[in-house]
Design a protein around this ligand. Structure first.
Ligand SMILES: *[C@@H]1O[C@H](CO)[C@@H](O)[C@H](O)[C@H]1NC(C)=O
Ligand SMILES: *[C@@H]1O[C@H](CO)[C@@H](O)[C@H](O)[C@H]1NC(C)=O
Length: 422
């Protein structure tokens, strides 16, 4: 068979195309290398080095009829007046109650009133040393502030930030992206643009809060752990979520912390201690629970067993949590366990972050983000009744409009919420 004209043209264009693709690929690689080359050496913006898990002292947990309460508040997002209103509604008394927030204290908009309200919320939390966990938005504010300190450490950095403040006091980094990029590139500060990490929103809401907050606010945010743990309450607080088991293994696999008794316990009869060891093993032995970005962002687990920040795919992690805890059948059963029955006692997670799912009360997980910032509600969980009433003179107060729920081993809690004006 000989080469016909058609064959030849066909083959030639194929070779040209192959050359072209190779060229594109190589020049793409070179460009990547170049970009990496001029990227400055960024510092550690994340500040994850602090305490990942912090314990709540046992004496803060309502037990033994002392009339104490724990008041947990969902995502506030700078809604200062709603916070004040909710604290009034639950009859918050700092001398008796322990307040805990679930993270995301700051606004998501650049509106100046929202920024100053966010600063009010931060001031309240900071000056009263309120317990809480870090949210994904707090994390972004921490990162921006770290970035700002880094910029200020370069000569000319202070002038650059001051010039941007002056020139664009209200510019929203998100809505005026093109305009902003244009202005930065053509101004005398054009060279600074490469100091902004890829994907960060210069002059956006997180930037504005980071810029407006005090050093004390910054220290407070950085001090927030990713997880709060109450050993006495058998209870975890986290912004987005935790997993009860490794989603890539069967629930009764030997590597799952809930599939066997904790080995390290010296006294196998101290049930409370065994429980605490197993609860901490769930944090320590499940890879997802050790990953900051997962505990700050998770909403679901995909069918393939991956943590996802989306609420549209897979199964809500809280459903998996509640289902798994439902299988815990205590530790005294001895012998072998079926896949439907695990050697553990159930424990509870209280979380925020999932505004689209709203108030989400299951027996072993309680979701408290009710979308205040979207003009919906701000909610609190009041843990107020230990298993040992009556309280006599120490009866804890009860908000008038509250919903009672079963909580923990045998306790009771109440949910209270107020309407927010967006
Ligand atoms: C904002 O918060 C502060 C501190 O909690 C409070 O004193 C103030 O009244 C609040 N402002 C509004 C408008 O609610
Ligand atoms: C959560 O678990 C409890 C049992 O522990 C079960 O009765 C309840 O139906 C579960 N809730 C949901 C929403 O799955």
């Amino acid at each position: 068979m000989s080469w016909s004209g058609d064959h030849f043209r066909y083959c030639a264009s194929f070779i040209v195309l192959a050359f072209f693709l190779t060229f594109m690929f190589v020049s793409g690689l070179l460009e990547e290398t170049n970009k990496r080359h001029i990227q400055p050496n960024f510092p550690d913006f994340g500040h994850y080095a602090g305490d990942f898990v912090q314990n709540i002292p046992d004496n803060l947990f309502p037990e033994g009829g002392l009339g104490k309460r724990i008041v947990v508040i969902g995502d506030i997002h700078g809604m200062n007046s709603s916070l004040t209103y909710l604290l009034d509604e639950v009859l918050y008394d700092p001398s008796r109650d322990t307040l805990i927030h679930l993270g995301d204290l700051e606004t998501k908009t650049t509106q100046s009133q929202a920024i100053s309200d966010s600063i009010h919320v931060l001031s309240f939390m900071t000056s009263h040393k309120i317990l809480g966990v870090r949210g994904n938005n707090d994390q972004k504010v921490i990162e921006w502030r770290t970035w700002m300190d880094w910029i200020l450490s370069h000569s000319g950095g202070r002038e650059w930030l001051a010039a941007m403040d002056k020139q664009w006091p209200d510019l929203d980094g998100d809505h005026h992206k093109a305009e902003l990029n244009d202005l930065i590139k053509t101004s005398e500060y054009g060279d600074w643009a490469k100091m902004v990490p890829k994907g960060w929103r210069l002059l956006g809401a997180h930037y504005r809060v980071a810029r407006a907050m005090s050093r004390e606010h910054f220290d407070y945010l950085r001090s927030l752990p990713l997880v709060l743990y109450s050993p006495a309450g058998h209870l975890f607080f986290v912004h987005a979520g935790l997993l009860p088991s490794n989603p890539k293994l069967p629930a009764y696999d030997r590597k799952q912390p809930l599939s066997h008794w904790p080995a390290a316990a010296d006294d196998q009869h101290d049930i409370a201690k065994l429980r605490n060891l197993q609860e901490l093993a769930v944090l320590a032995d499940i890879p997802e629970n050790k990953d900051p970005s997962t505990v700050l962002n998770i909403r679901s687990v995909t069918d393939g067993g991956h943590a996802s920040a989306s609420s549209k795919t897979g199964t809500p992690w809280s459903q998996i949590w509640n289902d798994t805890m439902s299988k815990c059948s205590g530790m005294d059963a001895g012998g072998t366990y079926e896949p439907t029955s695990l050697p553990c006692y159930p424990f509870t997670v209280i979380y925020g972050h999932a505004a689209t799912r709203g108030l989400d009360i299951k027996r072993w997980s309680i979701g408290l983000d009710t979308g205040c910032v979207y003009g919906r509600r701000l909610s609190a969980l009041v843990i107020d009744e230990s298993p040992t009433p009556p309280f006599g003179d120490n009866t804890p107060p009860r908000a008038p409009d509250s919903q009672q729920i079963g909580f923990g081993d045998e306790g009771r809690a109440h949910v209270v919420s107020v309407t927010c004006m967006a």
